[in-house]
Design a protein around this ligand. Sequence first.
Ligand code: F6R
Length: 531
Amino acid sequence: MRIIVCKNYEELSEKAANIVASQLTLKPDSVIGRATGSTPLGMYSKLAEMNKSGEIDFSDVISFNLDEYYPIQKENSQSYDKFMKDNLFSKINIKPENTHIPNGEATDPIKECDEYERLIKENGGIDLQILGIGQNGHIGFNEPDASLSSRTHLTNLTENTIKANSRFFASSDEVPRQALTMGIATILKARKIILLANGANKSRVVSELLNDGINTSVPATLLKTHPDVILICDEDAYYGTRLGVDIGGTDIKFAVVDKKEVKFTDKIKTPENADGIVNAICDKINEIKDEYKIKNVGIGTPGEIKNGLIYASNLPFKGYPLEKAVSDKIDLFVTVDNDANCAALGEIIFGSTNDCDNLVLVTLGTGIGGGIIMNRQICHTKNNMGEIGHFIIKPENGRKCPCGQEGCWEQYCSSNALVKDVGEAAKQNKDSIIYKLMTEKGTLNGEIIFEALDMGCEVTKAVYKKYIFYLARGIESLANIFGPDCIVLAGGVTLQGDKLLAPLKAELKKDIRVEISTLQRNAGALGAAML
Ligand code: F6R
């Protein structure tokens, strides 16, 4: 299933209309399957405009609607027959004899269904099927059930659908209790399918569709068996309200994101054992899930994830099934990913780089971590992708790295490497400014290093120049490998802003967009929310 997330309903309607238009350009006598309901209205009005301006022609098009209430008179203001005439057929040059809708007035509904199925077949089958999705996951009127009828049939509507559709009737008592609908197999026989979903009230079902396995209690999941389905949804339907959790060695951070707006943030101390971490996360979720109507939880954790098990050196996760442990305790969708990947996702969605499609995040901290985003998706492999701190920047006489290699980038460019190098240089130059500052303060950290630079310390300047040299070479290499729209730097040393960025840009021999993270430590929880 391909997914297109549109900014709003307007964009969704335009994209869907363009797909129908290209179908008609390629095959002017296409057989189009149509849905009613509020979702396709915008697309129908765009198609009417395109037809009026001569861009598309419906004169050879054959149309089959998905469904109709049963029983219902055609002239009833809520019949799908009337809906289609009012909203599309009266506005385009389609021949009335080419428009087919199951007959809600039929005296023998079973015969009507068989005839409808035969007619679709006789016309060569559906080329492009347009679908909406019910809040309960129905497509057409194929309601959630233990087993689903495959062909056009008479069906009972569920309470949920009656309630949802009562908005079109004077009261829910007036909503017909039955309908004639194409079956799942009728729909799946279409050569191409577009499924439209908009609005926050569809976010739960969209996440069920995307996260659940194929099952008849969410009939739309059966679309996953079709080779050519495009889900076109707006951001409200796609994102919904999500909770992001960022597990760190010291704190666990939480962020509730509604669409892309941050509604709530919080932080707790990280418990010492794995079960304690899971309990603390679940307690927080239970505390806030009803208030914020949370549907999805994303968790970012340090370490490697293999077959659902987490291996983290600085957390009590040694082959720990985090996703399962949290999902078992709460009735929400839970997704777990590496924390640097989450931070990279956070940057591309919420950061100053939200205009990019491709991005590499480099965190200069104790080591160097990274997340790679291509086409706005986290890049994953089964083999621990994104260990950018461990590419070799100095192959000969390189510094030893705990990973077993020599000359890893993080041995030269992590914040820790900078502090270590400056410390060693200071000890060899006891008359230097940095040595004086270091002994006065009894410690050495990034702030003291930049203070020394501000005071014109030549020893610190020389070390920093080398640091910037290796940083630039690493960034150029990343740019060569991934061709990102931007490289975002985060972590300790980047809090110095222009004192890092200006010399770095001067040293770069390639024209690369490099920015310092505007989100810094919040990127992880925000990105986790959007997993
Ligand atoms: C309509 C149909 C239904 C709707 C679905 C969504 O022909 O078959 O499956 O597509 O109920 O309805 P709206 O778009 O009103 O949310």
